[in-house]
Design a protein around this ligand. Structure first.
Ligand SMILES: Cc1ncc(COP(=O)(O)O)c(C=O)c1O
Length: 423
């Protein structure tokens, strides 16, 4: 866990860390719906919103915009851990994924199949189903393990074959919080289909840091800005040189690996640099290295350790407060001892509608979210026979005190529910 001084320095860097402008004081455990925004992001965004100039002109303002974009691209490469291939921005994580999947489906060898999994968000699942059909390829979904709420190399091995042209993989599930062993799954796919185009949805994982795309042996990776301390309305992605140069929509005369459509929003790039500078600053609290990549990796490790401790506290409680494990009325998706869990607990209070629990937590100043068995979460909730769950999603700026407050309030809600039932 971060020491108190560092925890405070971290929290001071974020907007609305403990208050909501519409509700007042609150604890924020809705990070999987959109993480807190850095104050530095808000500042640079405001500053650039007033600049009227366009890129590519010979004037001081335009030169500065081009410099900001170029610097941000370098920062994105360092953050993602990539040495080659373009990075580009688009409208949202979903839009970036659809474009990558479409190019892969249409540009890969004819026929064959495309593989995804039942753990995926509809961004990849819908894109793959749609473009597989148009491209004349069979779509197959690897079935995730219901008890562990995670996807494994063995699950992929059951559906991949030598004709698998495209595969998608979710890095971390935003519903169960389980992260995938990316390198092992990619090895499994490449062992039977070496040239498969592999696209990752990194949208839930990115805020947890430690990205190392060059190690993953993949072709595409998407990040959504509002999920990683920046603002809404853009995301960024990386492409391997071979995916980048497959036929795709772009303006005549632009390079073959150019994916951006029209004038760029310079502030999206500037905001991304602020996010990466934040990871850099956090890492510098843990290493003396003068290398930005090493500091970013150190930040990822520190975030991992802090969130791991928050999750442990959530599950096991401490001497003063019992955790989820000791609340028999509370069902935890994926189990109490799941090493794949990354900062998130999805729970159900047996016998009480999840929407009511979320509303009662809200009334007590704790923001969580109800996930329904709809097109976003039905793939996970339906096999469990559950119509809804309560997602409690944490981030490294959350504190042990917030976790303990949540547990205390949850325990009280459970007790009141039991009393009401007994009456
Ligand atoms: C894993 C995952 N993929 C895709 C998306 C969609 O991202 P966006 O809202 O940027 O389109 C989300 C958003 O919740 C997500 O969690």
């Amino acid at each position: 866990m971060f020491d108190e001084s560092l925890q405070q320095q971290v929290r001071d860097r974020f907007m609305y860390v403990d208050t909501c402008p519409y509700q007042g004081s609150r604890i924020f455990f809705e990070n999987a719906g959109g993480a807190l925004t850095l104050k530095s992001v808000v500042e640079v965004n405001t500053e650039l919103a007033g600049i009227p100039d366009n890129q590519g002109r010979d004037n001081p303002a335009s030169h500065e915009l081009v410099r900001i974009i170029s610097e941000a691209r370098d920062n994105m490469r360092i953050f993602l851990g990539v040495s080659g291939g373009p990075v580009f921005t688009g409208e949202s994580g979903t839009e970036l994924i659809f474009r990558m999947v479409r190019a892969a489906a249409l540009g890969s060898a004819p026929a064959g199949n495309m593989v995804g999994s039942t753990l995926e968000h509809p961004a990849t699942a819908s894109a793959s189903r749609r473009w597989a059909e148009i491209a004349g390829k069979e779509y197959r979904a690897a079935v995730h393990d219901n008890d562990r709420a995670a996807i494994t190399p063995e699950d992929y091995a059951r559906v991949v074959d030598a004709d698998t042209r495209v595969a998608t993989l979710i890095h971390t599930s935003p519903v169960t919080g389980m992260t995938a062993d990316v390198e092992a799954i990619v090895r499994t796919i490449r062992a039977v289909s070496p040239d498969c185009i592999i696209i990752l949805d990194g949208i839930q994982h990115a805020a947890h840091g430690g990205l190392a795309l060059d190690d993953y042996d993949i072709d595409g990776y998407a990040v959504s800005a509002y999920k990683v301390f920046s603002r809404h309305n853009y995301g960024f992605a990386w492409l391997s040189p071979r995916l980048a140069t497959l036929p795709h929509d772009h303006l005549d005369g632009t390079p073959d690996d150019f994916w951006e459509m029209g004038t760029r929003d310079t502030s999206a790039f500037a905001c991304t640099s602020k996010v990466i500078e934040y990871f850099d600053w956090l890492g510098s609290q843990f290493t003396d290295s003068s290398d930005r990549r090493e500091r970013i990796l150190a930040a990822g490790e520190a975030i991992h350790d802090h969130e791991h401790d928050l999750v442990r506290l959530m599950i096991d409680g401490d001497g003063t407060q019992k955790g989820l494990r000791d609340m028999p009325e509370v069902y935890l998706i994926g189990g109490h001892d799941n090493p794949a869990r990354e900062g998130l607990c999805s729970i159900i209070v047996e016998g009480k509608p999840c929407a009511e629990v979320v509303a009662e937590l809200n009334a007590r100043g704790i923001r969580t979210h109800v996930r329904k068995a709809d097109y976003f979460s039905g793939n996970i909730l339906e096999p469990l026979g559950r119509p809804t769950c309560i997602r409690v999603s944490m981030c490294h700026y959350n504190t042990p005190a917030e976790v303990l407050t949540f547990l205390r309030e949850l325990e009280d809600i459970v007790r009141m529910h039991a009393e009401a039932n007994a009456a």
